[in-house]
Ligand binder design. Structure first.
Ligand code: ATP
Ligand code: MG
Length: 355
């Protein structure tokens, strides 16, 4: 029997509402394959911060290290500054566990309308591979002559050979398995040092993948093209900042960001990887039982795939597809009237049809 220990951090707002639905789906899908998942819950959140001054205990990472994977809802809530919820939980996990790949599949499902005119399901089906631990998101820099008219703020980016090469290689490997087409986001006409370096590493590594077609676009035209002709793309690779932008733009083209998953992967498996929906804690709808749990269920499917259970992943994806296509039990963001639990129940029922 395959057995896995999963750390569960529901977090804040709707994170607490969607995670139980994800777990329901995971339990239904794994049962048929004789897989045993043990969930250990951690109530680390902005509430914890209010009570203790910390998002997670000092030994939080030590505790998480022992798990096979981490399943996260969302962290962040009004009243706690973003830099505290981010730098107090999410970023330490990503960085200390070397989850250097942020992988976000983007797919238009049959039954959902894209805001882009005339796009059918097969037209939007790509992956965004985002560098997740270095690049533009650094705390190196500072303010010179603060408060004076000569004030200067410097924000540095860090691109290491190791960090750049490993994310580009990961994207090439994925492209190799799919349509053999990789698109790299760049801005080598504006960013003097970092992006020409990025481009040079893409070119160097492409020599090892002669079958993969590579193109690159500056981030501005990249965004325009993604909206104009999403069907052109298959695997997209970008730095931390550009990948972040593209991985929100992508799901926005598929009807609702609430169905989109995000996997923070340590491909070497030296530390646990973390799986979460793309959306945040959505304070505007928290507590109303109307949050869409599909992004969380899909993130759970990616978690099982990462743990080597492709069979479970495929059943969960078939169930999501079926539920959306049938247009029953959809939440409001998808044009329905169902509650979070009703949609969760419909997914569990559909899993029963596919295993
Ligand atoms: P973060 O900074 O944490 O990413 P955000 O400011 O980007 O958060 P979200 O919390 O993702 O915002 O919410 C953006 C909008 O999408 C909100 O109007 C929210 O209600 C809606 N939304 C987000 N997630 C869901 C969901 N699962 N179901 C329905 N609507 C959602
Ligand atoms: Mg956001």
């Amino acid at each position: 029997m395959r057995e896995f220990n999963i750390a569960v951090i529901p977090g804040d707002g709707i994170g607490k509402e969607v995670i139980p639905e994800g777990i329901k789906a995971l339990e239904a899908a794994t049962a048929a394959f004789g897989i045993q998942l043990t969930f250990t819950w951690f109530d680390w959140s902005c509430e914890t911060y209010h009570q203790t001054g910390k998002m997670m205990p000092d030994n939080g990472l030590e505790i998480l290290k022992t798990f096979d994977a981490i399943y996260l809802g969302a962290v962040g809530f009004p009243g706690v500054p973003d830099h505290i919820s981010l730098w107090g939980l999410l970023l330490p996990i990503r960085r200390e566990f070397d989850q250097y790949v942020n992988l976000r599949p983007v797919r238009l499902f049959e039954g959902l309308a894209s805001p882009l005119a005339n796009k059918a399901p097969g037209d939007i089906d790509f992956y965004v591979v985002r560098e997740n631990v270095e690049g533009e998101y650094s705390n190196i820099g500072g303010v010179q002559y603060p408060g004076s008219d000569n004030e200067v703020v410097v924000q540095q980016s860090v691109f290491t050979r190791k960090g750049t090469d490993r994310i580009i290689k990961y994207a090439f490997e994925l492209a190799q398995q799919r349509d053999k087409h990789l698109s790299s986001a760049t801005k080598s006409n504006g960013l003097y040092h970092s992006m020409p370096y990025w481009d040079s590493r893409v070119e160097a590594i492409s020599a090892d993948y002669p079958e993969v077609n590579v193109d690159h676009f500056h981030i501005d035209i990249f965004c325009a093209n993604l909206v104009r002709m999403p069907e052109f793309y298959d695997v997209i690779v970008g730095s931390n900042l550009f990948g972040d932008i593209l991985s929100d733009l992508g799901p926005a083209c598929t009807g609702t960001i609430a169905i989109a998953p995000s996997a923070n992967i340590n491909p070497d498996k030296t530390f646990p990887s973390m799986f979460e929906p793309v959306h945040g804690s959505a304070p505007d709808i928290a507590g109303q039982n109307i949050a869409n749990p599909i992004g969380t269920v899909w993130a759970g499917a990616m978690m099982l795939q990462h743990l080597g259970c492709d069979d479970v992943h495929d059943v969960m994806m078939a169930a999501i597809e079926e539920v959306i296509q049938r247009q029953e039990s959809l939440t409001r963001d998808m044009g329905g009237i169902a509650s979070t639990q009703e949609l969760g129940d419909a997914i569990v029922a559909a899993i029963g049809n596919h295993r």
